[in-house]
Design a binder for this molecule. Structure first.
Ligand SMILES: [Zn+2]
Length: 160
């Protein structure tokens, strides 16, 4: 596992910082090529001025819908995890975005992903982080008045 956090510039004076264990959890949920079903969850962290720090994430829960090319995060456990983080962090950590996996080497968001994210962005006041993990790389983007690609990380770097 990588020891250093993932750091990606998100604006002139802002960075996205992702704890190594979050990267490891996401990468560990990318299924193998055979019998692949998508996984996903929410990203939990905090907004610090122009920076966003991701410290935790949820993983698939029993009521989520998981198919080869679909993940529908409908289990209430994700929201509950965000609420728990909010309460136990002294009201700093909460929902900051979404991650899911794709059966692709180098994932790109689908039109359904884009519609889902647009709906989330409409309701959010702060920027949201979106992450899609594939077999060979992980895609990172930020959504705030539109979607912007941030970075693509090689899977090898991410899992050390
Ligand atoms: Zn997708």
């Amino acid at each position: 596992m990588r020891r250093d956090p993932l750091v990606i510039r998100i604006s002139d004076d802002g960075f996205l910082v992702v704890k190594p264990q979050v990267i490891a959890t996401i990468r560990a949920n990318v299924g193998s090529r055979d019998g692949f079903t998508e996984a996903g969850g929410i990203l939990i962290g905090s907004y610090r001025g122009s920076h966003i720090e991701i410290v935790d994430c949820t993983v698939p829960k029993p009521k989520d819908v998981r198919r080869r090319a679909l993940f529908d995060r409908i289990d209430i456990g994700h929201q509950q995890a965000a609420m728990k983080a909010w309460l136990t962090s002294g009201k700093t950590d909460s929902y900051v975005g979404e991650w899911h996996t794709h059966p692709e080497d180098h994932p790109k968001h689908s039109s359904l992903d884009r519609r889902t994210w647009d709906g989330l962005m409409e309701k959010a006041r702060e920027p949201l982080i979106f992450c899609i993990a594939g077999w060979q790389s992980t895609w990172w983007g930020v959504g705030h008045h539109g979607l912007r690609h941030l970075s693509r990380q090689g899977a090898g770097n991410s899992i050390g």
